[in-house]
Design a protein around this ligand. Structure first.
Ligand code: ISE
Length: 336
């Protein structure tokens, strides 16, 4: 611990917030956890348990407004984000906000406009795949143009089990939102339209039915995503780029292979925390470094707004069965 450490407050002590609080305390350099805020004070207390000098607060806004908090991680539910983000922007402190920026593009735009009016990027969105070593390799390869122009992306996003309360819309807003962001980031192009198809299986199995999401982009690259949040066997996220002169796949099965009892094979991650642990750590370490100089290093509030607009179109496409266009306002200069 040093007196130059970034003093970080975490808002929200659910699954992600408590994971991030532990990450800040145990695995980052240049940062120290000073407060965790959650209306469920017992959860907040558990998250600071054993962390010297860190306190629990029942009022999340109090964390953002504390003079001993230099930067804040927002990991509360999406509908709570807007006032918290606006308060952080008002105070001029850097934020790492778990997705979504806010649940809809209209409120996301209010946040973008508040930040643009301040004239400084303070909000980073927790799209951690941008820090995953494999995705970074893919981005580098596509940018180098070694395989020629990118023509298609085929993606698969599979979760082992659908958590209670995970609605059909959440296939898009909670899961495919990551493919919306990786598409924009990998291709450096905005999303122009979204379509969603699902085979007409009986409603009682709806929870287990995969959907196919088709994403059109401004650069003319078509992307398909299989979203299957009840696949049963583990957590799997794949992306294959098809280019003029070759293909490249991330999320294929690599890692240790065992031969045992007449079979060979490897492990499958249980959920996104072990699969993207390295990405989360790298994302946080980059953010800490940038926040110490008052800025961000990762997806911006504009990226959060663009993802929210794609999600809105995706949910509309899911309901109507029709191709739905994505409309964005003009990009403010701050995000050029
Ligand atoms: C979850 O909220 C995440 O963000 C994970 O990365 C994603 O894979 C999962 O489908 C979501 O529910």
């Amino acid at each position: 611990m040093s007196e130059h450490d970034l003093r970080v407050g975490v808002v929200g002590a659910g699954m992600m917030g408590s994971d991030h609080a532990a990450r800040i305390h145990q695995r980052l350099s240049g940062a120290r956890l000073v407060a965790v805020g959650d209306p469920d004070i017992e959860r907040a207390e558990r998250a600071v348990d054993g962390v010297d000098g860190a306190r629990a607060e029942a009022d999340p806004l109090a964390v953002i407004e504390s003079s001993d908090v230099d930067a804040v991680v927002i990991a509360s539910p999406g509908p709570a984000h807007e006032p918290l983000l606006l308060a952080a922007v008002q105070r001029g402190i850097p934020v790492l906000c778990e997705k979504p920026l806010t649940p809809d593009p209209v409120s996301s735009l209010r946040v973008v406009q508040a930040e643009a009016a301040r004239g400084r990027k303070l909000i980073q969105i927790g799209f951690m795949r941008r820090f995953d070593p494999e995705y970074l390799n893919l981005k580098e390869l596509l940018d180098a143009g070694e395989l020629g122009r990118t023509l298609l992306l085929h993606c698969a996003h599979r979760n082992p089990a659908r958590p209670p309360g995970f609605s059909t819309e959440m296939l898009i807003t909670d899961s495919v939102v990551h493919e919306f962001d990786t598409t924009r980031w990998l291709l450096d192009a905005e999303i122009t339209a979204v379509s969603v198809r699902q085979q007409g299986l009986v409603a009682s199995t709806e929870a287990g039915v995969p959907q196919i999401v088709t994403i059109e982009t401004a650069g003319g690259v078509l992307v398909d995503v299989e979203i299957f949040v009840n696949c049963g066997f583990g957590y799997q996220v794949r992306c294959e780029a098809v280019c003029e002169n070759g293909t490249a796949l991330v999320g294929g099965d690599s890692g240790m292979r065992t031969h045992h009892a007449g079979r060979w094979g490897g492990g499958v991650a249980a959920d996104f925390r072990p699969r993207f642990r390295q990405a989360f750590d790298a994302e946080f370490q980059h953010w800490v470094r940038a926040a110490r100089s008052g800025g961000i290093d990762g997806a911006s509030a504009w990226d959060g707004y663009a993802a929210a607009a794609a999600c809105e179109a995706g949910v509309a496409a899911q309901r109507s069965g029709s191709r739905t266009e994505v409309t964005l306002v003009e990009r403010p200069e701050l995000y050029a």
